[in-house]
Design a binder for this molecule. Structure first.
Ligand SMILES: [Zn+2]
Length: 323
């Protein structure tokens, strides 16, 4: 499942999870589903809920926790319709090799579990790099397409519900899902359980917490409740720790330039058609636009000074008693 969102915010893709399905995790006592009651949000790491408001969007606030997380408050009372992916395939295909390269820096070969394979852009690059890839993907349509074109096995499931054997994989990868999981600690635990004790857990995540007012304005709306959690680098380390994992590496790319580009285009589009979820660039312009976007992020972005919004490649291992 490729992640993402209304382009005006993270500029990173729209999550493909079936949020209706995911939301039932929020209401595990069964009593809330379909009701109008709302529950207060809480930090998914610290489980506290008294932080000051750092973001506002519609009926939602983003509260700042001392650990670095901004968490949604209240939790969405109704399941949100499954978002549509507004991004061109280049959005996923252009960085695919760099993402595989990141995984390969820690695990050179073996079985790779991809969480949310979407249309298989990363999948294909990982297969070319020599990995045996298996995937979980809640969209049956996408799963079928990837199985047919790439000849791999795709389990139709959310990772939290996956029945794939524990400890089967040498490594795992996902992109931009942590802001969307109903419980990101539980999701990371579920992923970690599938990875062998000596394996690595790799992913990419946006770092959009603790932005200055300047960057907050440039980034635009946070797109809650599709995004429920926002992290900074320290919060990711703490999140991993809470899931029984230890961060072994993080490579950050400032994404201010690409975010500014999509925010400017996005705000023009929103002004023209407020309800439009159409891609920022369409037709012949789409591929060049997204190539530029990706070049600003991962090409030029790599050499820009840190600060403002970032995207981060992360690698982690299981914590051991001696860790
Ligand atoms: Zn916290």
């Amino acid at each position: 499942m490729n992640a993402a969102d209304k382009d005006a915010f993270i500029g990173d893709g729209i999550i493909q999870i079936d949020v209706r399905e995911a939301s039932r995790c929020l209401y595990d006592d069964g009593s809330m589903e379909g009701s109008n009651l709302q529950r207060s949000g809480a930090c998914p790491i610290c489980r506290t809920n008294a932080g000051p408001v750092a973001l506002r969007e519609g009926e939602y606030s983003g509260r700042q926790c001392v650990c670095g997380v901004i968490y949604i408050d209240p939790l969405p009372a109704h399941p949100v319709d499954a978002p549509i992916d507004h991004h061109h395939r280049v959005y996923y295909s252009a960085p695919a090799r760099a993402r595989v390269g990141w995984v390969k820096a820690f695990t050179q070969r073996g079985r790779l579990l991809e969480i949310g394979c979407g249309d298989g852009e990363f999948t294909a690059a990982a297969i070319r790099a020599g990995f045996t890839v298996e995937a979980v993907e809640p969209s049956d349509e996408r799963a079928t397409r990837v199985e047919r074109t790439l000849g791999i096995t795709v389990e139709r499931a959310l990772i939290e519900d996956s029945r794939l054997p524990e400890g089967r994989y040498d490594t795992s990868f996902h992109v931009d899902l942590l802001s969307h999981f109903p419980d990101p600690v539980a999701a990371l635990r579920a992923i970690a359980a599938k990875v062998a004790p000596s394996g690595t857990i790799c992913f990419e995540v946006g770092l959009f917490s603790n932005l200055s007012p300047f960057w907050q304005r440039l980034v635009g709306r946070p797109n809650m409740p599709t995004h429920m959690w926002f992290f900074d680098a320290l919060a990711i380390e703490r999140l991993l720790d809470a899931a029984g994992l230890k961060m072994i590496a993080m490579r950050r790319y400032p994404v201010g330039l690409s975010t500014a580009l999509s925010t400017v285009l996005g705000s023009r589009r929103v002004a023209a058609a407020p309800d439009s979820h159409a891609p920022l660039a369409q037709g012949w312009a789409a591929a060049p636009y997204y190539r530029l976007h990706m070049f600003l992020r991962y090409g030029i972005g790599r050499w820009l000074p840190m600060g403002g919004p970032q995207t981060a490649f992360v690698a982690a291992r299981h914590k051991t008693d001696s860790a």
